[in-house]
Design a binder for this molecule. Sequence first.
Ligand code: DX5
Ligand code: ZN
Length: 216
Amino acid sequence: MNKIKIAPSILSADFSNLASDIVKVEKAGADILHIDVMDGHFVNNITFGPALIKSIRNKSSLPFDVHLMINPADKYIDDFIAAGADTVTVHIELQENISNTISKIKSHGKRAGLAINPDTSIDKILPYKEIIDQVIIMSVYPGFAGQSFIEQTYDRIRTLKTILNNSSIDIEVDGGVNAKNSTGCVQAGCNILVAGSSVFSSNDYKKNIDDIRKNM
Ligand code: DX5
Ligand code: ZN
């Protein structure tokens, strides 16, 4: 099996020391940096935009996994890529032309993802199967870090795995992931684990990441 990747979400980092937290989490064994962009409209919270991402780009050599919880998204794609995104994920719940947005991301040579909320049918991913690089299965309702993992997510990961039928698309689970549920997520079929609170809430990031990875 390919190595399971851990993607700490900087939403739970110390914003007043963001650069040093990013360096620290990379040294602690993170594989990817997950970056949550929220607009106060698609979700009920506001985080940051391309300028912040650009300012941290040279602090880390990790791939930047930008999770856009914004509506509209399409008109901002170029800005997020210019800022340094390696993967850009938009939500399937958007009313925009998703195929066009994915093409736009891919035209820059970047990876494109679709995120799906807990109450959206997994089948909705199917039409995009040939053009995406990853799916983010939300295991909480998007908007805030520190929520509890929704147990039905395991079944949804299994359903997605079946639908994707051995393709090389990454399956990333996002929300409430910790050392107690990470093994179940991987057994169900995901290969990237986003973790915010469980990595950043106590000081030893290496131990926190190792704990999430144990039993794999
Ligand atoms: C939720 C975000 C998640 C979240 C992860 O809207 O997409 O990435 O910040 O944080 P935890 O792991 O604390 O749920
Ligand atoms: Zn996220």
